[in-house]
Design a protein around this ligand. Structure first.
Ligand SMILES: Nc1ncnc2c1ncn2[C@@H]1O[C@H](COP(=O)(O)OP(=O)(O)OP(=O)(O)O)[C@@H](O)[C@H]1O
Ligand SMILES: [Mg+2]
Length: 292
């Protein structure tokens, strides 16, 4: 393992842990550590491979995440970032490996709706809100669809408890003043926040968020960073992002993916100065960025 020397000349605790736990080191000590870490992790992926007709979109990927962690995943186009979220959310079934949620729930083989019900919410890159309905109604539908289904939801009345929950969510996503505005009239950034609110109303323990700030203004990007950071009080998050300024704003631990596997993992300054990371981004631009 050559990737565990911190740029400041120290072995970082994160990389020390990662290099032993996650970097496919042979031997029993590494495996024992994975097992014990697994006991207190919200998400645990081991040797996950996704094979699309011989092409390995994920290739022996290992990842462990703690409760209340905000993990940022970066990597060049085609690295397998979205496929990773597809696997966790049940959209794609791995050909090998383990995906464990919480203490012991094996996610492999479950349907997407079952995984959602277990507490994993996904926000896709393109906002998919009901543009002809007001912001409030979008949130209302999302909240009540969970227990009643769409048609019953449309016919039923909102309880005060549900109403409070929607109001709190509006506050969290900063759209209280826009509650009665049609979702179609929101800016791109506001639509993204609305969709995050809709996912939050499903009460996910873990949120999967793919490229949330693509197309946002700088101000919207900063607000999104503040929003995502505030969510770690109650949730764990995996955020895929290319925008390194945004990554620097929100990330404690960054996982760099390349060719379907984890290239390195650690604090943002660490990964940005990692020789292999610089190498894979070289010839594209100086630092990992959206246009690579
Ligand atoms: N259903 C599929 N069938 C075949 N190949 C696929 C499929 N889905 C993804 N791939 C391939 O797997 C690789 C990883 O794709 P993925 O979308 O996970 O990359 P990514 O890291 O999210 O990239 P980007 O930054 O462009 O969003 C790519 O080469 C992609 O073409
Ligand atoms: Mg992607």
């Amino acid at each position: 393992m050559t990737s565990d020397i911190h740029p400041r000349g120290q072995l970082t605790p994160t990389m020390d842990t990662i290099s032993r736990e996650l970097a496919n080191i042979e031997g029993t000590s590494g495996r024992t550590t994975i097992g014990s870490r697994h006991q207190r992790s919200i998400l645990y992926l081991e040797d996950v491979t996704v094979d699309f007709d011989g092409f390995k979109a994920l290739n022996g990927l290992n990842l462990v995440m703690d409760y209340h962690e905000l993990r940022v995943v970066i990597g060049p186009n085609g690295a397998g970032k979205s496929t990773l979220l597809d696997v966790i959310s049940g959209k794609v079934r791995p050909t090998a490996g383990r995906v464990v949620f919480g203490q012991a729930t094996d996610l492999i083989g479950l349907w997407e709706h079952q995984i959602t019900a277990l507490g994993i919410g996904r926000k896709f890159q393109t906002p998919s809100v009901y543009t002809t309905l007001p912001v409030w109604d979008n949130l209302d539908l999302s909240l009540r669809r969970r227990s009643k289904g769409v048609y019953a939801t449309l016919l039923s009345r909102v309880s005060s408890e549900e109403s409070d929950k929607i109001a709190r969510t509006l506050q969290t996503i900063g759209l209280t003043k826009k509650a009665r505005v049609l979702a179609g009239q929101l800016s791109h950034g506001e639509k993204q926040w609305l969709e995050i609110g809709m996912v939050l109303l499903q009460d996910p323990a873990l949120l999967l968020i793919d490229e949330p700030v693509a197309g946002m203004t700088d101000q919207e990007t900063r607000k999104t960073g503040d929003l995502l950071q505030s969510l770690t009080d109650k949730h764990s998050l995996i955020v895929i992002e290319h925008d390194m300024e945004f990554v620097r704003q929100i990330a404690k631990t960054v996982t760099v993916m390349h060719e379907g596997t984890v290239l390195c993992e650690g604090p943002v300054e660490y990964v940005q100065n990692h020789p292999r990371v610089i190498e894979i981004y070289l010839g594209r631009q100086k630092e990992p960025h959206a246009s690579v």
